[in-house]
Design a protein around this ligand. Structure first.
Ligand SMILES: NC(=O)c1ccc[n+]([C@@H]2O[C@H](COP(=O)([O-])OP(=O)(O)OC[C@H]3O[C@@H](n4cnc5c(N)ncnc54)[C@H](OP(=O)(O)O)[C@@H]3O)[C@@H](O)[C@H]2O)c1
Length: 316
């Protein structure tokens, strides 16, 4: 089968489409004919330096896919590596039916973004909150960001979101984002202060790292929560936890790799997400589709932060 190999640690230049033996199918796994793969920021990290828990190269890249199971059913799934290949061995607990109205590309854009965004609202305690609740979503125009906006809209939450680009913000407004903040033009702490008349937000979805955890705490109102789930700047978060005392604030970690091991949690999330998806209320947002042969360009686009929504690799 053809597969996208991470041949050694490094940037997009280490990626090569190679012919390799078909995936080995272990217990509790089935062989999926893959049609499309969803690119995640974690794929950059896996190629560049090893993402926690990922084996050393050479290995097959990719954490999510859509394709057909041995019965011909259209499925979309999540794994830690090995998705960007013509065939992949997927655990039964980690793939789900693709909603009838969606393409394979949309299916491949679903699992990581929507489970992560859903768990961010859950960790923030915002799944059942009265109107008037506010959330600040960083990288709002990205994969997880556009998923979070759709979920926030359903929940009736007032959303604020950051991006480097007016054009991206304009597109996310169409999804339901009420307040776009271009952080290249304005400091987002100041913007939140002004937009909320000094009150702040109930939660911040934080995936930048560095100074941004502390800055996000400054955006909170009383008892607010920062949900940390990434460090796209590549910098370790700096936070003096004493700033949390003032507003009774808290910081919560979220890692889908870990949460996904909790069967009850995943089933509850899927029950809700699939209900919304099948009702047409969730639509994975795809910015660009690349053929597998152009995977290096896809990784480069994400590394440069130029993507809107999800980048998808077309595999078959
Ligand atoms: N913990 C988890 O389980 C989990 C799961 C999924 C994703 N994540 C994390 O969530 C974040 C978003 O992931 P994603 O796959 O949905 O990616 P994405 O948001 O589609 O792409 C990354 C976006 O981040 C913004 N950005 C800001 N600083 C950046 C930088 N220094 N380099 C590159 N991009 C930068 C860019 O948007 P603007 O230019 O508009 O700011 C860029 O488009 C990542 O940090 C990822 O590691 C974590």
């Amino acid at each position: 089968m053809k597969a996208l190999m991470i041949t050694r640690f490094g940037g997009p230049e280490v990626l090569e489409v190679q012919t390799v033996p078909d995936a080995h199918v272990g217990p509790d796994q089935v062989l999926i004919d893959v049609e499309a793969g969803g690119l995640n920021f974690a794929d950059l990290m896996a190629a560049e330096g090893g993402y926690a828990g990922t084996p050393k190269p050479p290995l097959i890249a990719g954490r999510e896919f859509a394709g057909k199971d041995p019965n011909g059913r259209r499925v979309m799934g999540y794994m830690q590596w090995g998705a960007f290949a013509e065939k992949t061995a997927a655990y039964r607990a980690f793939f789900w039916p693709v909603p009838a109205a969606w393409t394979a590309e949309q299916g491949a854009a679903f699992p990581v973004n929507f489970f992560t965004a859903y768990f961010a609202f859950w960790k923030a305690g915002l799944l059942e909150k009265p109107a008037g609740t506010r959330v600040l979503i960083h990288a709002v125009a990205g994969g997880v960001g556009t998923a979070a906006v759709q979920i926030g809209k359903i929940l009736g939450i007032e959303m604020y979101g950051t991006s480097s680009s007016e054009e991206k913000l304009a597109r996310v407004r169409e999804l339901g984002l009420q307040h776009g903040i271009n952080y290249k033009q304005k400091d987002y702490v100041k913007a939140i202060k002004e937009l909320t008349k000094g009150e702040g937000v109930d939660a911040v979805f934080e995936m930048l790292g560095g100074e941004h955890v502390a800055k996000s705490v400054h955006c909170l109102r009383d008892f607010g929560r920062v949900i940390v789930y990434g460090a796209a700047t590549g910098q370790s978060p700096t936070l003096d936890t004493r700033v949390l005392y003032v507003k009774g604030a808290s910081v919560h970690g979220l890692w889908l790799t870990y949460l996904s091991q909790n069967r009850a949690l995943m089933e509850a999330a899927w029950k809700q997400l699939s209900e919304w998806a099948n009702a047409g209320r969730l639509q994975p947002v795809i910015g660009k589709v690349f053929p597998l042969a152009e995977a290096r360009a896809a990784y480069t686009l994400m590394r440069e932060g130029k993507n809107y929504g999800k980048i998808v690799l077309k595999i078959a």
